[in-house]
Design a protein around this ligand. Structure first.
Ligand code: GCU
Length: 594
C-alpha cells in the first residue's frame, strides 16, 4: 500500500502538468527575418552575480565616481551560434552562467509584428530586451520565441541573454549524461517580422491509411474574424482554399496524386500557404508510416531500418554543430555506410539537419533527453519533458524524414517512471497521431537457454521497441553473442537501438585487446551474426557514427574525455568496424529481404 501513495500523489499532480499549446512560429526559412548571429559580448558569471547586479540593464557609469562592476563592451566575445566550451580553453569544463549581449538597430513599420526567435540555448535562458525581461526558457535543444512588437525600439536596441548550463536533479536531462554539457546560445538567434495576421504553423501530411488524400491544418495568428487560407502545390496544379474558424484554425482534407517520399526517392514538393498579407513556402515530402505486427511499413511496404546512432557533435573540431556543412558531413557519412535511417540520439538536433535528411533521403528517429534517471515524481519535470516534446513536434511535424518520436533512453523501470512516460506517450499521440512512438530500453530478463527477453512495461505504450544491449563490451565476450537469442513479449517491431565497442583509430592488436580496431570490428561481426537470428528485428542503429566528447570517459591516451565507440574517429578517420557494417548493409540493401 505504501508504495502506491507516491504514485497516487504523482498522478494527481500530473493532471495539472500539461504545458500550454506551442507559441512557436514554424518554418523560419520561409519568413522575413533579421539574423542576429555573430560575435556577442559575453561575461562569464560562475557565481551568477549578474542577476543581483542587473547585468541585463547594460548600465554605463554616470560619471567617473559611479561604481559599475561589469561592462559588456570590455568583456570579450563569444560566437553565436556556438557552445562556449570549445571557444575558449578556459571554458572547456566550465559549467555555470554566461551573460551574452549585443546591440541591433531596427526600423519599425506600422502593421508589422516582431518576434525574437532562438534555435536553442543550453540549458536555461533568461532573455532581456532594453533592460526589460521578456521571459525564460528551460531545455537545451528546442526553439523558443518572444513577441517584442511593443518593446523593440526604433533605432538601437540592447539584447541581453543569460544562459546557464548548471545541471539539476529535477531537470531534463538531469545530473548524469554520457555527452558533454555544451553550454550557450548553441543555435541561431533571429528577429522575425510578420503582418498583423500571419500563418503561424501548419501540418500537411497524407491522411492516415491513405496515399492519395492530404489532410492537416493551418493555424493563423492575429485573427479577428474568419479568414480564407489557400494551400497550393504548383507542381501538381493543386490549389485549395479553406476558411478558418473563430480560433484562426483551418482544417484541410483534399485528394492529391503525389510521388511518395522515400530514402531511395526523397521527393519534395514546393507548398505555398497564404492568407491575407502573409505567404510562406515550404518543401514537403509525403509518405505513409505504420506498423504491421513486427514490421515497419513505409509507403505500404516492409522496410528494414539500416541505421546508425549519432550525437550532434561537430566533426573535426568538436563542439555542438553550428553549420550546414557539419550537418552534411555526418549525414553523408551515414549514407556512405549504407544507411537509410539515423537515430538522432539523445536530444533534438538543429532544424537544418532534419531538413537535410528530408532532401537526401534518411529516415529519422528523433528523441527528447529523458535520459537515465529523471525526477519521475516531480510534476514540473514532466511538464518540462512534455514542453520539449511539444516544441520539437511543432518544429518538425512537417518533415517526411521523421518517422519515430522517442520518449526516452535507458530509463530504469519503476511505477513512477512508467506512469511519467505513459503520460508523455499520450501527450505525443495527441500532438502527432501520424508518427510512431518509441523509446530506447535496456531492461531484459533471462527467458530460457541463451535467450533474453525485453522486460519493460513501457513497451505496452510504444509502437516500436528500441533495445540497447552491449553484449561483448559491458558483458560477455564478443564471441558469445552468436549463441544469444532475443525475444519480446510484444508483437511489435524491434529496433536494436544501441550496441558497440570502443576503439582508438590506428590502435591495433588482437581481437581480445580492448580499444583496438580489431576488438571493435570483431564485436561487430559477432553482433551481426546475433542480429541475423532475430525474426522480429525491424532495424538497428549501432552506437555510433563518430567519437564524441564525454565527461565520463577520462582514460588518458585512449579516451581523453571522448567516448570512442564511433565507427569514425572525431578526426574523420574510418575504423575497420565501419567497413564491417558497410558490408552488411550493402548485402541487406541488395537482398531487399529487409
Ligand atoms: C548507453 C547510452 C549512451 C552511451 C552508451 C555508452 O547505452 O545510451 O548514451 O554513450 O551506452 O556507454 O557508450
Amino acid at each position: 500500500m505504501r508504495s502506491l501513495i507516491p504514485l497516487l500523489l504523482f498522478s494527481t499532480a500530473l493532471a495539472f502538468a500539461t504545458p500550454a499549446p506551442s507559441n512557436l512560429i514554424t518554418n523560419l526559412a520561409g519568413r522575413t527575418r533579421l539574423n542576429l548571429d555573430g560575435n556577442w559580448n559575453a561575461i562569464v558569471d560562475p557565481y551568477e552575480i549578474g542577476l543581483g547586479s542587473r547585468f541585463y540593464e547594460n548600465r554605463k557609469p554616470k560619471d567617473k565616481s559611479d561604481l559599475v562592476e561589469y561592462a559588456f563592451d570590455a568583456a570579450g566575445t563569444l560566437r553565436v551560434p556556438g557552445d562556449w566550451n570549445t571557444q575558449r580553453d578556459t571554458l572547456l569544463f566550465y559549467e555555470g552562467a554566461v551573460w551574452y549581449q549585443r546591440y541591433f538597430s531596427y526600423h519599425k513599420r506600422g502593421q508589422i509584428r516582431t518576434f525574437l526567435h532562438f534555435g536553442a540555448a543550453n540549458y536555461l535562458a533568461r532573455v532581456y530586451l532594453n533592460g526589460e525581461k521578456l521571459g525564460e526558457h528551460e531545455g537545451g535543444f528546442t526553439p523558443f520565441i518572444f513577441e517584442v512588437t511593443s518593446r523593440v525600439l526604433e533605432g538601437q536596441n540592447s539584447l541581453v541573454v543569460e544562459v546557464s548550463d548548471v545541471r539539476r536533479p529535477d531537470a531534463v536531462p538531469a545530473m548524469s549524461t554520457d555527452w558533454w554539457n555544451y553550454g550557450g546560445l548553441t543555435r541561431s538567434v533571429d528577429l522575425l517580422e510578420a503582418p498583423e495576421t500571419f500563418v503561424q504553423d501548419y501540418f500537411l501530411q497524407l491522411a492516415k491509411g491513405t496515399s492519395d488524400q492530404l489532410a492537416g491544418w493551418v493555424q493563423l495568428n492575429g485573427v479577428r474574424e474568419p479568414q480564407t487560407v489557400s494551400v497550393e502545390i504548383p507542381e501538381i496544379g493543386l490549389k485549395k482554399s479553406v476558411s478558418t474558424d473563430a480560433n484562426g484554425r483551418a482544417e484541410l482534407r483534399f485528394p492529391a496524386k503525389l510521388t511518395l517520399w522515400s530514402p531511395e526517392d526523397p521527393k519534395l514538393y514546393r507548398v505555398v500557404i497564404s492568407s491575407g498579407a502573409d505567404t510562406v513556402e515550404d518543401q514537403l515530402g509525403f509518405r505513409t508510416i505504420e506498423t504491421r505486427g513486427t514490421q515497419i511499413i513505409l509507403n505500404g511496404k516492409p522496410v528494414f531500418l539500416r541505421g546508425i546512432s549519432l550525437h550532434e557533435e561537430a566533426p573535426f573540431r568538436g563542439g555542438r554543430i553550428v553549420s550546414e556543412e557539419e550537418n552534411r558531413t555526418l549525414l553523408e557519412w551515414a549514407k556512405e555506410l549504407g544507411c537509410n535511417f539515423v537515430r538522432l540520439a539523445h536530444y533534438p538536433y538543429n532544424e537544418e539537419m532534419v531538413r537535410l535528411a528530408d532532401r537526401i533521403g534518411l529516415l529519422i528517429w528523433e528523441e527528447v533527453p529523458v535520459y537515465w534517471d529523471i525526477a519521475w515524481l516531480n510534476a514540473a519535470t514532466l511538464e518540462n519533458a512534455e514542453a520539449q516534446l511539444r516544441d520539437i513536434i511543432t518544429r518538425d511535424h512537417d518533415r517526411a524524414s521523421i518517422v519515430l518520436w522517442s520518449l526516452s533512453n535507458e530509463t530504469p523501470p519503476g511505477p513512477a517512471r512508467t506512469e511519467f512516460l505513459r503520460t508523455m506517450a499520450e501527450f505525443a499521440r495527441n500532438l502527432d497521431p501520424s508518427r510512431l512512438l518509441t523509446s530506447a530500453m535496456n531492461h531484459t530478463r533471462p527467458a530460457g537457454t541463451n535467450t533474453r527477453s525485453l522486460d519493460d512495461p513501457l513497451g505496452e505504450y510504444l509502437d516500436v521497441l528500441g533495445l540497447n544491449e552491449y553484449v561483448g563490451w559491458y558483458e560477455h565476450r564478443p564471441e558469445e553473442a552468436d549463441a544469444i537469442r532475443w525475444t519480446s513479449p510484444y508483437q511489435k517491431p524491434l529496433i536494436m537501438s544501441e550496441f558497440g565497442a570502443g576503439a582508438v583509430y590506428g590502435k591495433h592488436g588482437d581481437a581480445g585487446t580492448r580499444f583496438t580496431e580489431e576488438y571493435q570490428s570483431n564485436l561487430f561481426e559477432h553482433q551481426i551474426s546475433m542480429l541475423r537470428q532475430i525474426p522480429s528485428l525491424a532495424g538497428m542503429s549501432p552506437w555510433l557514427l563518430m567519437d564524441f566528447r564525454s565527461p565520463r570517459r577520462p582514460l588518458a591516451g585512449i579516451q581523453d574525455f571522448h567516448n570512442r565507440k564511433g565507427l569514425i574517429s572525431d578526426r574523420g578517420e574510418r575504423k575497420q568496424a565501419f567497413y564491417v557494417l558497410q558490408k552488411f548493409y550493402g548485402e541487406l540493401a541488395k537482398s531487399g529481404s529487409h
